[in-house]
Design a protein around this ligand. Structure first.
Ligand code: 0O2
Length: 267
């Protein structure tokens, strides 16, 4: 019974990781920081069924988190961005939403949960199933992971002095997320700049490598040294200017090498 859920989790992991990659490739800030997923363990499913008096016939309808995906964001603002990205997708349908940000749980738990309907293709045909997508910030995730371990340790009844500390920690996490939001724009700019630099450096090194095949080696060494000089300044505008100049040089070298080839053919 759990096989289609395993399939759904693996497919969704690929899809959401690709959303992050696509942002990176396009030098855009990704609201998704990391993605993980799991299928609920049999014992955890049984516990939930007992706790909520769910029969085997009701299992797939009533236990919404047999398949679970967790999306971690850097900032609170990213959570809604991820939620709207999910609701615009045509390969899943949002069935319900539990907003534990607007309505924090008594425990102090904060996150946005979306229950989506997702179709997996099996050898017996398509199967539509529910997947719980939890969207949290890194700070919220830190709190939830710690609290979850304590729930496990104390089998659900955490002593009141620990609960008190967890409540205070949850308030501190909320404050931390708010503080981080204040510098979101600056951090986003810095991350985008760093991505642009990475792709510029990659392009430049590829062009230099190509020049070594086409051009006078001594000239290319000079170009390479100039690149090292500019690179050490970490100035994006300078790097971009150098990249454009290199494109022109590479274009000239290619033209010269075609001319040489044609001359040789004539000869
Ligand atoms: P797992 O797989 O170990 O994470 P309920 O059983 O009533 O708590 P419900 O109504 O079925 O849950 O769904 P809900 O409230 O959306 O919660 C489902 C999941 O959200 C939980 O899964 C947790 O992962 C997370 N969660 C909800 N409340 C808390 C909380 O107070 N603390 C922490 N750390 N996580 C929470 P499970 O069932 O715990 O299983």
């Amino acid at each position: 019974m759990l096989d289609p859920y395993e399939q759904a989790v693996s497919e969704l992991l690929v899809k959401f990781r690709n959303v992050k990659e696509e942002h990176r490739r396009k030098n855009l800030y990704s609201p998704i920081e990391t993605v993980s997923g799991r299928v609920k363990t049999i014992s955890s499913i049984l516990e939930k069924m007992q706790k909520k008096a769910i029969s085997f016939e009701q299992l797939e309808e009533e236990v919404e988190d047999i398949a679970g995906i967790r999306i971690i964001c850097q900032f609170m603002e990213d959570i809604e961005k991820v939620a709207s990205l999910i609701s615009r997708r045509t390969d899943m349908e949002v069935r319900s939403r539990k907003d534990y940000l607007a309505n924090q749980k008594r425990s102090g738990y904060r996150a946005l949960h979306l229950i989506v309907l997702y179709v997996v293709q099996t050898i017996s045909g398509p199967k539509k199933l529910q997947v719980e997508i939890q969207i949290r910030t890194m700070a919220m995730n830190f709190w939830a992971t710690t609290e979850h371990s304590l729930q496990y340790k104390y089998k659900g009844s955490i002593p009141s002095h620990v609960v008190e500390k967890l409540t205070r920690a949850s308030d501190a996490i909320e404050l931390l997320d708010e503080e981080m939001s204040q510098v979101r724009a600056e951090i986003m700019d810095a991350q985008i700049d760093s991505q642009i630099e990475i792709s510029l450096v990659k392009d430049i090194l590829r062009s230099i490598e190509n020049l070594y095949r086409l051009d006078n080696k001594r000239e290319v060494v000079k170009i390479q040294n100039e690149f090292y000089r500019i690179f050490s300044q970490h100035n994006l505008e300078e790097l971009d200017r150098f990249h454009k100049q290199l494109d022109i040089i590479a274009e000239g070298s290619r033209a010269q090498s075609v001319e040489r080839m044609l001359d040789n053919d004539k000869g």
